[in-house]
Design a protein around this ligand. Structure first.
Ligand code: SF4
Ligand code: SF4
Length: 108
């Protein structure tokens, strides 16, 4: 089991999660973070830190898509181990649905 990030994170990037991860397994794309499943030790401390419920266990129903996205992009994007200021307009996107389809950037 691992934890993964879903598209609630897109355009949020508050990075509260990064601050608490003991193994620094978050990776940063243009407008979203992902978790590297091979490095996550399943401690679960990041889950309650996320204000928009973007972090869930990969065993939850419907998470296969997010597991693949977390696997793929954590191999490509750079590691992030320190909290950063969020984008100025992050509140505006907090409850928006289908952010992956609308805003996801591969950032390759
Ligand atoms: S706290 Fe949640 S929304 Fe913010 S960067 Fe971490 S996973 Fe993304
Ligand atoms: S569950 Fe633990 S190890 Fe995995 S990403 Fe969250 S804080 Fe890091």
């Amino acid at each position: 089991m691992t934890y993964i990030v879903n598209d609630n994170c897109i355009k949020c990037k508050l990075t509260d999660c990064v601050d608490v991860c003991p193994v620094d397994c978050f990776y940063e794309g243009k407008n979203m973070l992902v978790i590297k499943p091979d490095e996550c030790i399943d401690c679960g401390v990041c889950e309650p830190e996320c204000p928009v419920d973007a972090i869930t266990a990969d065993t939850e129903l419907g998470n296969e898509k997010w597991l693949e996205i977390n696997k793929k992009f954590s191999e490509i994007w750079p590691n992030i181990s320190e909290k950063k200021d969020p984008p100025a307009d992050h509140e505006k996107f907090k409850n928006e649905k289908n952010k992956y389809e609308k805003y996801f950037k591969e950032n390759l």
